[in-house]
Design a protein around this ligand. Structure first.
Ligand code: ATP
Ligand code: MG
Length: 168
């Protein structure tokens, strides 16, 4: 199965991000908008791996206290993948560092690109003007982290949590 560790958005954050997506559509942006139920922030992308429990066991060994993430600006990858960024968040970065280290120690593969925390909003975006969008005031408290499996649905991906780890 295709696995990734992620922060699932809470209802308030989902709604705030969905409003940003709406304003992008209003402004004429076209592309594959991430359905609101799929909005998330990836911590580590593991990819095809058979043993979800082994990954959850590793996540369980890394304690963390609840922390807040706050949307801060937008960015893009390759001009066509547009995302919302977040304010610098030391507890998040510390968790991701530890998680990746523990995965490596256990020999579980993951994508080793430098970590850029982001929440993807639209893929294959097309737009003919320099985009200017209203800065949202969106934040959430993170009290659990999820191991997600990703399956290809008819149109969009289907993400299903296979387990969660709770903050102490
Ligand atoms: P699709 O690939 O069909 O457009 P998707 O990217 O939403 O859909 P997945 O490819 O399963 O679905 O990815 C799940 C999550 O992991 C997404 O947040 C995606 O950005 C991230 N991800 C996917 N591949 C990688 C990778 N090689 N490195 C880092 N993150 C990745
Ligand atoms: Mg992908």
């Amino acid at each position: 199965m295709r696995l990734f560790a992620a922060i699932e958005m809470d209802d308030g954050m989902r709604a705030a991000l969905a409003r940003i997506q709406e304003s992008m559509k209003q402004a004429g942006v076209e592309g594959r908008f991430v359905p609101p139920e799929n909005l998330h922030m990836t911590l580590a992308f593991i990819g095809e791996y058979p043993d979800a429990d082994a990954v959850l066991d590793i996540m369980d060994t890394i304690p963390f206290e609840p922390f807040t993430i706050r949307v801060d600006g937008f960015g893009c990858f390759d001009e066509v993948t547009w995302w919302a960024g977040i304010e610098k968040c030391e507890p998040l970065e510390a968790y991701v560092r530890r998680l990746r280290h523990a995965l490596a120690e256990a020999g579980i593969p993951y994508d080793r690109k430098a970590y850029r925390p982001h929440i993807t909003l639209v893929r294959d975006a097309m737009y003919d003007k320099a985009p200017v969008f209203e800065e949202p005031n969106a934040a959430m408290e993170v009290t659990f982290l999820s191991l997600m499996r990703s399956d290809q649905g008819k149109h969009d991906r289907i993400y299903t949590p296979v387990g969660v780890v709770e903050a102490c």
